[in-house]
Design a protein around this ligand. Structure first.
Ligand code: ATP
Length: 287
């Protein structure tokens, strides 16, 4: 039986601006997305019996059609008319419900793996069109790297990679519902980061300017709910981060460092503290 192993990378938002709410309820966004070197591992194996089965190392994750891997596989088989018979083993490392697009990235990795395993030859564009039916971040997760994401996440423009940086990721032990955050967003009160300033800093490969322009409209909802997010940001800055921000709808916070000893020192400081269990020292990932 043929099988394939793929990595599903997490993302952070260097900038997340919500422009408005559309009539269909979706929000119009302008986001600067960046893949980081923190990933789940998926092993996708063809089976002789029909059906989709899934097993993961986290007992609380659903293994039925509530899991995005299952849904991605079902959509792939429906669209390509292939005989469905696979077993997926998920080794989950990306924190769940964290603002790091873990589920979307697993869905993207499943589509990529099945396209290869079944030799279906779908182009990246065709995969993205399937992906958007599973979630707004799935097309970006198929593409990976550095990108400007517009519309509801389906309009993607690849961007040059940022200059190298150490990225310290800290996930406090609370879960945040993306839906709740968008529903409670008051756009007139919320901060609106200058995405154009971020793009120009990126084009100039200026890490200090990127760090100075980090911003996320959704912090205005999530931080009042979970004030520890503001405390983590302050601690990252105190430890020498050039900038710190909540990713997505939270609650994960990241800090950017140019200096390795400072980043490592901050990592050990968080590792022995109350958020140590889900603290990661990583960096940007571009193909
Ligand atoms: P985003 O940044 O796109 O909002 P997130 O990182 O906040 O995503 P996920 O980790 O994708 O959130 O999980 C959100 C919910 O989706 C969880 O409550 C979880 O039960 C469900 N889910 C379904 N499939 C998966 C999967 N493969 N991995 C993680 N969560 C999944």
């Amino acid at each position: 039986m043929e099988s394939i192993q793929v990595k599903a990378y997490a993302k952070i938002n260097l900038g997340l601006n919500v422009l408005g709410r559309r009539q269909d309820g979706y929000h119009e966004v302008r986001m600067l997305m960046q893949t980081i070197r923190l990933f789940d591992k998926l092993t996708v194996k063809m089976t002789q019996t029909a059906g989709i089965t899934l097993k993961s190392n986290l007992s609380y994750l659903p293994c039925d059609d509530n899991n995005l891997i299952y849904r991605a596989a079902a959509l792939f088989f429906e669209e390509t008319k292939q005989r469905c018979g696979i077993h997926v083993t998920l080794e989950k490392h990306i924190p769940v419900a964290a603002g790091l697009a873990g589920g979307s990235s697993d869905a993207a990795a499943t589509l990529t793996a099945l396209n290869e395993l079944y030799h279906t030859g779908l182009s990246l564009e065709e995969l993205k069109q399937l992906g958007i039916r599973l979630g707004a971040d799935v097309p970006y997760c198929l593409m990976q790297g550095t990108a400007l994401s517009e519309g509801i996440g389906e309009r993607l423009t690849p961007l040059p990679a940022p200059p190298p940086a150490y990225c310290l990721v800290v996930k406090p032990p609370v879960s945040v519902s993306t839906r709740y955050v968008y529903e409670h967003l008051n756009l007139s009160d919320a901060p609106h980061p200058d995405i154009d300033a971020l793009l120009s800093a990126l084009n100039n490969k200026n890490l200090a300017l990127i760090a100075a322009n980090l911003g996320n409209t959704l912090e205005s909802v999530t931080i009042p709910l979970h004030p520890e997010i503001a405390a983590i940001k302050a601690e990252l800055l105190e430890a020498g981060a050039l900038g710190a921000l909540m990713s997505g709808s939270g609650p994960t916070v990241f800090g950017l460092f140019s200096d390795r000893p400072k980043a490592e020192h901050a990592f050990y400081r968080f590792k022995v503290g109350e958020f140590g269990k889900q603290t990661y020292l990583t960096n940007f990932w571009n193909k």
